[in-house]
Design a protein around this ligand. Structure first.
Ligand code: ADP
Length: 331
């Protein structure tokens, strides 16, 4: 800045046409002599009011001098060049940021996969031994062991989510379709989830037409999808809530709806809740357990079936999560 011809132009933010007497100016004489310039134009490159560089044009000894119209032309060119340079820099910065994000994402996936793997075995041991000890323990100790088993079961479901996520991400999760009755899935899931619902005094109703056809789908994954939706409905509904599970045939697909009359989801969050680790932050919800993976896993598994999942919700009056999967999922 301030040194030589370009330095002067950058500092002052004005173009300079260097010929005649100006060449003798002590500020530029040294530069003129060093580069054997007969005449030169130097214009600032402006981007949003800031000088980001200087464009220099110079002629050697014997050439005809620059004119005012050359300066005008160069200034127009400089305006375009400044915008192009800034765009290219921005593009580079964005690319770098994307690359860093991709690396972070990879690390996160790796971490989840390793952590889940390493936690599985010790947890299985804790569960096995505490269950075994319960059988031989006195009543008082049995109560303590119940708490241990409950906590270990909670940990197990977190780890299962982590394993499912890493399998989904790595593309390792494969569909194993078989003929299933959806009512059977509902029964299985309700059996596991009932204690949670009872604890919060929720009523769970089902509306499944008796003539609902048998579908071809992955039974275990359907259980995970429904179970994740139901456990959210239970979690995010105040005590004594109403939850319903409905299923019907919609064209060549099975349409399932899980409705609650809970706290609901603001419209602007409704897309993002299906992202990994995304949780709607609010004092109301922060007390709830979970790591923000349930919906992204449900979405991944529905999509594996070639289906779609979405939500309709009104804050304060409840949510309905829908998923629609083909009656016959591709193998
Ligand atoms: P987690 O339940 O572990 O937080 P999920 O991926 O299952 O993660 O859900 C993401 C977020 O979506 C939840 O944290 C919550 O904010 C919101 N959400 C999901 N289901 C419901 C629901 N039935 N009612 C209100 N909010 C919900």
């Amino acid at each position: 800045m301030g040194q030589g011809i370009a330095g002067w132009v950058a500092e002052h933010g004005e173009p300079l046409i260097l010929q005649g007497d100006l060449k003798e100016d002590p500020r530029f004489a040294e530069a003129v002599r060093r580069s054997e310039i007969s005449s030169a134009i130097s214009v600032p490159l402006f981007f949003r009011g800031t000088v980001i560089g200087v464009l220099n044009l110079a002629k050697g000894p014997g050439a005809s001098p620059f004119t005012e119209s050359d300066v005008e032309f160069t200034s127009v060119l400089a305006g375009q060049a400044a915008a192009a340079i800034e765009n290219a820099r921005m593009f580079e910065r964005i690319q770098k940021a994307y690359q860093q994000l991709a690396e972070l994402d990879y690390l996160k996936s790796e971490f989840i996969s390793i952590a889940a793997h390493e936690l599985r075995t010790p947890l299985a041991i804790i569960l096995a031994y505490s269950t075994l000890m319960k059988e031989e323990a006195t009543e008082a100790i049995q109560e303590h062991l119940d708490i241990v088993v409950d906590a270990a079961m909670q940990l197990k479901s977190v780890i299962e989510n982590m394993v499912d996520l890493s399998h989904l991400e790595s593309g390792e999760l494969e569909l194993q379709p078989q003929p299933v009755r959806f009512s059977e899935i509902v029964e299985l899931v309700l059996e596991g989830i009932r204690p949670l619902a009872e604890e919060k005094e929720h009523t769970i109703s089902t509306e499944i037409p008796p003539d609902l056809p048998t579908i071809v789908a992955d039974k275990q994954k359907l259980c995970v999808i429904l179970s994740n939706l139901l456990s959210n409905a239970i979690k995010f509904t105040e005590t004594g809530g109403q939850i319903s599970i409905r299923a019907e045939v919609d064209g060549d697909a099975l349409l399932v709806a899980v409705t609650d009359n809970g706290i609901g989801i603001p419209e602007k969050e409704q897309e993002r809740i299906f992202d990994r680790f995304y949780q709607v932050e609010s004092s109301l919800r922060r007390e709830h357990k979970g790591i923000g993976l349930g919906l992204s896993i449900a979405k991944g598994m529905v999509e594996l079936h070639g289906g779609t999942i979405w939500v309709e919700s009104q804050p304060g009056s409840g949510s309905t999560f829908y998923f629609r999967i083909p009656l016959r999922s591709p193998r």
